[in-house]
Design a protein around this ligand. Structure first.
Ligand code: SN0
Length: 315
């Protein structure tokens, strides 16, 4: 693997998930691979799991890890080509990314969408500039349209816990107080459509995702129909793709509860976190036996480690 920005960079997702599960059994077997190699983790937005699990994965492989919260600790970044920088921005992304590429063998970048200009977000303008100018292999730590390290950890968790060959997996829209990116659901859908699962997406009218990520999924507005016989329910809020970044309705009744879970096949409930309790998901689920969100977050280490291992093997 030469970069990790989406499912399309992966030759065999089942083999990668299997590798992650093997690393979970034997975390320190490949310390020689990362010796004297450095990963730079660059954040333009907040992070807890991605930051800590990717650092941990790098350390397990014998790498050094450096973190820059560039939005808070760096110079104010200019993103426009040809800009006359006589205002508030201090450093152009061309120099910033190129310099970071001098210090690291692999660079991870987190860059959320602005949710204002769909073309800019869906062209991955910021992430792609970083990738182009840094000159070393890049890993997405969540970009405007995708969160592949999360999706791989989700696949690993489903492989680990499934009790039938082809489980029913439901991506379930949840209520929220503000518009969130489509990156996590886009990415989860894109990975599930390539996995050996029966995949359903449920959301209220107005919240359809970009169809290029959902090819092969069964999509419904009926929450109960989607939940029937589900083995895994993946809960996530997202804002509308059209009209872009809007919230066409609050739909607070879509919050998942134990009562709603009764029609499932004792479904395991997943969420990428952070989760707003009693808005997106009821306490009774998060604190009860159905929730696997902590195991899912734990698996972020093994997913990141499998990806970094394959990148190191290609350096
Ligand atoms: C991000 C998202 O893409 O939905 C990161 C998820 C891994 N989540 C948020 O920004 C949550 C913000 C909030 O106010 O709840």
């Amino acid at each position: 693997m030469k970069q990790f920005t989406s499912v399309h960079d992966v030759a065999d997702i089942n083999a990668l998930a299997e590798e992650a599960l093997q690393l979970k059994q034997n975390p320190y077997a490949f310390q020689h691979l990362g010796k004297n190699k450095t990963i730079g983790l660059v954040f333009l937005n907040p992070s807890l799991r991605t930051r800590m699990s990717t650092q941990k994965a790098a350390l397990n492989l014998g790498m050094n890890a450096m973190v820059l919260n560039i939005d808070k600790e760096g110079w104010a970044l200019e993103l426009q080509d040809g800009a006359i920088m006589n205002g508030t921005t201090v450093e152009h992304i061309r120099e910033a990314a190129a310099v970071l590429g001098q210090y690291a063998d692999i660079i991870g970048v987190r860059s959320f969408p602005g949710l204002k200009n769909r073309d800019e977000d869906y062209n991955e303008t910021i992430f792609n500039k970083f990738a182009e100018y840094c000159g070393v292999p890049v890993v997405s730590l969540e970009s405007a349209t995708r969160h592949p390290l999360q999706s791989l950890a989700d696949l690993v968790t489903i492989q680990e816990l499934k009790t039938k060959l082809r489980p029913k997996v439901v991506l379930m829209w949840a209520p929220h107080i503000k518009p969130l990116p489509q990156a996590v659901p886009n990415s989860f859908a894109e990975w599930m459509c390539k996995s050996d699962v029966e995949f359903t997406i449920a959301h209220p009218e107005g919240y359809a995702l970009d169809t290029s990520f959902t090819n092969g999924a069964y999509i419904t507005y009926n929450q109960e129909e989607a939940l029937a016989d589900a083995d895994f329910v993946y809960v996530k809020n997202w804002s509308a793709y059209e009209p872009y970044g809007q919230m066409p309705g609050q739909h607070t009744a879509w919050m998942l509860t134990n009562e709603k879970l009764k029609v499932t096949a004792q479904a395991k409930v997943m969420h990428c976190l952070p989760v707003r309790r009693n808005v997106e998901l009821a306490d009774e689920i998060l604190d009860g036996p159905s929730s696997i969100v902590i195991q899912e977050a734990g698996n972020r280490v093994w997913a990141a480690q499998a990806v970094l291992k394959q990148l190191l093997e290609n350096l």
